[in-house]
Design a protein around this ligand. Structure first.
Ligand SMILES: Nc1ncnc2c1ncn2[C@@H]1O[C@H](COP(=O)(O)OP(=O)(O)OP(=O)(O)O)[C@@H](O)[C@H]1O
Length: 535
């Protein structure tokens, strides 16, 4: 078509002068159109730009709206949170790194502390086993900073002249204060009593009226009375209800209205109170079995069992203490206790190193009597404790020495509670120089300054030997132990020789060449001591 119109218009000549104004008008129009076009393009561009901008703004708004709306939508929140988590995961990582760093630092510090503890324990001959055992005490003052020990107790410790904790106290006090159960073995006279009373007083904090909170069990009335006194001394200035289970107390006390924080008893009396008086031990938080190996012997088994059952508080802390810890007691302790710590000072079942030990062959019974008289005549250095294997023999020896112009007394289980108490008190007070005894006072009794223990009759077991001679050489003081032996005791000499050597005493070499024999219940039939003619 365009070609056809160009044909139509070919040969026609357009008068530009005549229509100049129109051409100009048209050109202008064209220009205008162009410019309009340009403008429209420009406008188009601008519009596009505007559109783009608007679109962008709108989409930003949309995004923002979306973003805003996301705050109300859980899924988005999760997303948003995960975004923020993603952002904060950096922080978390940094936190974790810093935790890791401080963990490492703590671990290092812990390891250093463990090393320091190990060195300190080695210095004090303390051996421990168990998980996470607390650091031993450096001093009594540390009780304040570590365990908020009340000042009355620190003051009492000072007044009683206890400047430094003994090794068993250094380790078992923190163990018990950390709420751990424990079984402990440390030499005679090394301060085990304070090791269990001190944490008990700190744990109990203040007197209460709701029932018995702590029980200390020990095998004899004399030891119960001694621990009762020690407890009172340490608790001075604090009005704790501390009770001793005496015969009359057992008979007369109304256990239902019983303001008692700490009860000290023998197993038999406590068992009777449980059975007959229905004493309530369900609140007991703290139970101590002192001389625990004695308490776990078969004849006391039922009594101990009934006490353990009656102390039904699930958060109770139980502890066993003794200078001798046979394997069967350790086994029982592990069965009984939860996550217990084992603490041994020195070597298990060892005699105290501060005692000079001697063996003397006396041949016959006559020889023994002669030897003791001669020894007293030459160098009587009271107080002296003399042990015999039975109450009959104790009475016989008393009958022989009572008229020898020395202040002598006797203690055995045939005496009344009062008479036994008097015998102990007089010996403590220095009124009696020589106390003749059965094993009733062989364990736990703290007669200050006993210079010499004489085993008139050979002890019936290794633990009896350790505990008997341990009545001297207490609290770091020196002491002496003499063991008489007759023909019937010779098979057990090697056992004593071993104990002597282990605690640093000189032993004649021939003794170490003898055979060792099982040493239990050695109470041979012996001739009478009495020199009086039978009437
Ligand atoms: N930290 C201490 N510093 C000085 N003396 C102490 C300390 N702790 C306890 N004692 C004293 O040591 C003596 C022996 O203490 P304790 O009777 O508790 O010994 P033990 O280890 O229970 O002996 P045993 O095995 O014979 O029962 C007591 O006279 C006691 O007062």
């Amino acid at each position: 078509m365009a070609n056809d119109s160009s044909f139509l218009f070919s040969g026609i000549r357009f008068n530009r002068k005549k229509f100049g104004a129109d051409i100009a008008r048209f050109q202008k129009k064209d220009n205008d159109t162009d410019s309009a076009k340009i403008w429209s393009v420009a406008d188009d561009g601008r519009a596009k730009t505007r559109e783009a901008v608007e679109e962008k703004t709108a989409s930003t708004k949309k995004r923002k709206r979306k973003g805003n709306s996301s705050e109300n939508v859980e899924g988005f929140n999760v997303f948003r949170n995960s975004a923020s988590v993603a952002q904060s995961s950096g922080e978390v990582q940094a936190d974790q790194e810093s935790i890791e760093f401080s963990k490492k630092k703590n671990k290092k510090e812990q390891n250093r502390q463990l090393e320091r503890d190990a060195i300190f324990r080695k210095q004090h001959n303390i051996h421990v086993s168990g998980y996470n055992v607390p650091s031993p005490l450096q001093s009594f003052d540390e009780l304040k900073s570590r365990y908020k020990c009340p000042s009355y107790l620190l003051r009492n410790l000072k007044e009683l002249g206890f400047r430094e904790p003994t090794p068993i106290q250094r380790q078992t006090i923190p163990v018990l204060l950390d709420g751990r159960e424990c079984f402990a073995c440390a030499p005679t006279g090394s301060g085990k009593t304070l090791a269990f009373i001190c944490p008990m007083l700190i744990k109990l904090k203040d007197p209460e009226k709701g029932g018995i909170r702590a029980v200390i069990l020990c095998h004899t009335r004399e030891l119960s009375a001694q621990i009762f006194r020690e407890c009172k001394k340490l608790a001075k200035r604090k009005k704790f209800g501390i009770k001793l289970m005496t015969k009359s107390f057992l008979r007369n006390a109304d256990f239902s209205k019983f303001p008692c924080d700490i009860l000290i008893s023998t197993p038999l009396r406590l068992q009777l109170a449980i059975k007959k008086k229905k004493i309530d031990l369900s609140r007991v938080e703290y139970l101590v079995l002192d001389e625990s190996d004695k308490l776990f012997e078969p004849e006391l088994f039922k009594q101990i069992d009934s006490v353990l059952k009656a102390c039904s508080n699930p958060s109770i802390i139980r502890s066993l203490f003794s200078a001798t810890l046979p394997d069967f007691v350790e086994d029982r302790a592990r069965e009984l206790m939860h996550d217990a710590v084992r603490v041994i000072v020195g070597r298990k079942n060892m005699a105290s190193e501060t005692i000079k030990q001697k063996l003397i062959f006396t041949g016959s019974e006559e020889g023994k009597l002669l030897a003791i008289r001669q020894s007293f005549a030459e160098s009587l250095n009271p107080p002296v404790l003399v042990f015999l294997q039975s109450k009959e023999r104790a009475k016989e020896l008393y009958g022989e020495l009572a008229f020898d112009n020395i202040r002598v007394d006797v203690i055995h289980s045939d005496l009344s509670e009062q008479e036994r108490g008097n015998a102990v008190d007089n010996f403590r007070a220095g009124k009696t120089w020589v106390l003749i005894a059965t094993d009733v006072v062989a364990r736990g009794m703290d007669f200050k300054g006993v210079n010499c223990v004489i085993n008139y009759d050979f002890p019936d077991s290794a633990s009896a030997y350790v505990h008997r001679i341990g009545r001297s050489g207490r609290a770091g003081r020196s002491g002496e132990a003499i063991t008489f032996y007759a023909e019937e005791d010779i098979p057990l000499l090697r056992n004593v020789a071993n104990l002597m050597a282990a605690s640093g005493c000189e032993v004649q070499p021939w003794l170490m060449e003898l055979q060792k024999k099982k040493w239990k219940k050695h109470r041979p039939k012996r001739d009478s001591i009495s020199t009086k003619p039978d009437l």
